[in-house]
Design a protein. Sequence first.
Length: 183
Amino acid sequence: MTSLFAVSGEVTAAFKDWWTLGRAQRVQATNAEPSDSESRPVVPRRKLNVKPIGPDFPPPRITAADPYTAEAYQERTSYPCATISFKDISEGALPMVCTDIGSGEQSPLGIDMDEEGIKSEPIAEMVICSFALHLIQSPSELFALLWELSTKARWLIILAPHKKPDVRIPSYPLLDWCEVNGM
């Protein structure tokens, strides 16, 4: 997961909590022994919405970038945060250090090789842009950023305080992304 304009790590903290709880639920479900008599608690337990995460789901690796609040991000999460801007990203830059949220180990962002042994760009499974895309005023700058992200990320999640900027599919048909539950 790559968190762009990571602010003080709210998205990373929520993602880590989801993963930790999902792993704990899996362990709890695995260790649960069937009981001969089911007892009902006095107060009904709150139903959890997190599904167990199995061992085949590797610990996520997180990268983050925010040129303004990198220090606050690092204080909250203890993970590195690159100080690259949207302009840097639209020109091909990515955070180059990732953190395994299972172990906390930091490593360089991996670069994959294609079938011919040629280095390919680092690919992020998911990029979350938190409360920041509306700061880009120029449509051409927005397009350049979205185009670059479309070559490096499978999923783009935009968290925004309002409906700006307009990144619906008719506006950007060549990016090969689909809108999921757009609001």
